[in-house]
Design a protein around this ligand. Sequence first.
Ligand code: HEM
Length: 124
Amino acid sequence: MKLVGIIGTLIFLGIIIQIPLGYIVTTNRNYLPIHIGIGILGLILIGYELFYALKSNKQSVKILNSLALLLVLIQIGIGSNIIENNSETLSIAHQANAYILLIIIGVIGYLTFSTARKEKTISS
Ligand code: HEM
């Protein structure tokens, strides 16, 4: 698997861990630094993927990757606000954004791997 594929898989695993971890953080703030760390690492890794997606000719992956980067930035913003002053609205926004991100990252993974498999079959 190429580095972009490995990083894409890491991003998918990251969001799968990040959502339950977020619910743990609501009751135990000791895990907050890990939650923030994964969020920031996710931002860097999605930025890396976007850099490669922009060079490819897959329009849908370009758009979805840009959207994912924007949503992670928003998620960091909402998360930082929750630390300052928690409110029901912010919490709902943070949760909704988390599930939208899960779907987008899943779709990016599906598109990337299904086209990669097709290209492999054609070239072999
Ligand atoms: C991709 C990144 C992230 C995802 C998917 C995510 C997801 C979640 C989820 C599902 C929850 C539990 C529900 C809730 O109370 O809102 C949560 C809680 C929380 N998250 Fe995140 N989060 C991310 C990044 C961040 C970042 C970067 C910060 C801080 C800068 C942060 C701060 C918090 C805090 C403080 C809570 C506890 C909220 C409470 O006590 O009600 N999150 N997160």
